[in-house]
Design a protein around this ligand. Structure first.
Ligand SMILES: [Cu+2]
Length: 511
């Protein structure tokens, strides 16, 4: 497989309408001004204690007021007072032990007394999802059915514990963590709750990558109105609010690179609403991983699509001296500014990577899921406008059987949409039959899947994903072989307002 062919693969992945990124060279005066700017921010790093195999840490969630230059004073729910939260670094075989402190105020009684699971609710309740990690989805691990409630007494806190065992053969790469309590996920992510989770390992030891500066580029998306993010108490809560994109908590931070220097960027879309198309004029992007899974070789391209929840690891080599912009979420929004400056360096790119092979055996069963938005039904509050139809679709509500339209979270109803047998190879086709403006990134928990076709066009080289955009009026086909972990997990749309409003299904992995 040539890199040229792979370039076609990346380009054919869908891009959200209106989410574009442009690269523009700026004037020399702008270069001089930006060279004096503050250095590029990086989230605090918390790593495994030496020789223990354990990363024990505490993440306190509360409302934090902070001044963000270029944005103003904002008051949002955060992990540890920062956007994003600290970067957690572990190695295969480690255990990640988190004490969560819920320092949020009591939930609003009216919102907590909801009758419909798809009416967003409990905005001060959260839990933990280790997005993309191949770990146990049950117990105190990556279990998104848990509820970390706040105290019902103002000013008091509650504590909750997570223990995630990272398998010894877990892939090394870029993952992330965020809350995943059904009903409050979109609101909490749009407050800036989310952080990067790095699994160290083989890919980091490739000499050319070991020599490259390791840069986290975590893109958070905030929906700010008067310095706060409204709770999703009505379907239109975020309509008309332009997204504010922060990279590592800053608006348009400046990153410097020398001509010829190679840096490794771990780019995370920690947003809930907007996909990005990353490109940098005058520079090729060399993608080395998608969603934490390393490629067999770097793939050069002029642009990379990053759906909500997705990650790409890129090698970027500084080009001609000058100033270059990455913008996203609309042409007027700049994500970061790259300044190429200083003594030229000669750094090389790796030819081969310790990647995951891109093949699976022939499937022995198939499923078709249809993501549908009924956007003409918003006369009421939340009338189940976002549904997943097709194989395994949720049957109509049956109050007599204790079953509402969807059944998870607080409702201990034994309903499963997709029962997936470990070891069996399946072929899934996920269809987006919504109108042209609905972008639905499909996300599966616990297992990666191998995308083989988009809109029925076979990819020259399949790509491993845990999150992939389904193009409007289009489809994505993938193979799945679930392994290692049984138990109830989840699939859903990673446009998280859609997810909170019902575009979710329960997956039960069985042996
Ligand atoms: Cu969606």
């Amino acid at each position: 497989m040539t890199s040229l062919a792979r370039r076609g693969v990346l380009k054919c992945l869908p891009v959200a309408a209106g989410a574009v990124m442009t690269g523009l060279a700026a004037s020399p005066r702008a270069v001089a001004r930006q060279e004096t700017a503050a250095s590029f921010p990086q989230p605090e790093i918390r790593g495994t204690a030496p020789d223990t195999g354990r990363l024990e840490t505490r993440l306190t969630v509360g409302f934090t007021e902070r001044m963000i230059p270029g944005v103003g004073t904002v008051t949002t729910r955060t992990y540890e007072g920062t956007i994003p939260g600290p970067t957690l670094r572990v190695r295969p075989g480690d255990s990640l032990e988190i004490t969560h402190v819920n320092a949020l105020p009591p939930n609003d009684a009216a919102a907590a007394a909801h009758q419909d699971m798809n009416l967003p609710h409990h905005f001060n309740t959260f839990n933990l999802h280790t997005h993309g990690m191949h770990v146990d989805p049950t117990g105190e691990s990556d279990n998104i059915y848990r509820v970390f409630e706040p105290s019902d007494t103002a000013g008091k806190t509650t504590t909750h514990r997570s223990a995630v065992d990272v398998p010894p053969d877990h892939p090394a790469g870029t993952f992330w963590y965020h809350p995943h309590h059904h009903g409050s996920t979109a609101t909490q992510l749009l407050n800036g709750m989310g952080g990067v989770l790095v699994v160290e390992g083989d890919v980091d030891e490739v000499p050319e990558i070991a020599a490259a500066k390791d840069v986290v580029v975590c893109i958070n998306e905030l929906k700010l109105a008067d310095g706060r993010v409204p709770d999703l108490t009505s379907h239109g809560a975020y309509e008309g609010i332009v997204s504010t994109f922060l990279v590592n908590g800053a608006k348009n931070p400046v990153l410097t690179i020398a001509p010829g220097e190679v840096q490794r960027w771990r780019v995370v879309n920690a947003g809930a609403i907007t996909a990005h198309f990353l490109s940098l004029r005058g520079h090729e992007l060399y993608q080395i991983a998608c969603d934490g899974i390393t490629f067999m070789e770097p793939v050069a391209s002029t642009g990379v699509t990053l759906p909500m929840g997705g990650r790409v690891d890129l090698l970027v080599r500084g080009g001609e001296p000058g100033t270059y912009k990455l913008s996203g979420g609309g042409p007027s929004q700049t994500l970061l500014t790259l300044v190429v400056t200083g003594e030229p360096r000669e750094m090389s790119l790796p030819a081969r990577l310790p990647g995951r092979p891109t093949s699976l055996p022939e499937p022995t069963r198939s499923r078709t899921l249809i993501f549908r938005s009924y956007e003409n039904v918003f006369s009421g509050a939340f009338p189940n406008a976002y549904r997943i139809l097709g194989d395994g679709e949720t049957p109509p509500a049956d109050p007599a059987a204790g079953r509402r339209d969807l059944a998870w979270g607080r409702m201990a109803v034994d309903f499963v949409n997709q029962r997936v047998r470990l070891g069996e190879v399946e072929e899934w086709t996920v269809v987006n039959d919504s109108h042209a403006h609905s972008h639905h990134p499909f996300h599966l928990h616990t297992n990666h899947f191998l995308v083989t076709a988009v809109d029925n066009r076979r990819l020259a080289t399949p790509v491993w994903h845990d999150t992939v955009g389904i193009p409007p009026n289009g489809s994505v086909t993938f193979r799945l072989r679930a392994e290692d972990f049984t138990g109830r997990s989840m699939l859903h749309c990673h446009q998280l307002q859609h997810g909170d409003e019902g575009m979710m299904q329960i997956v039960d992995y069985v042996s």
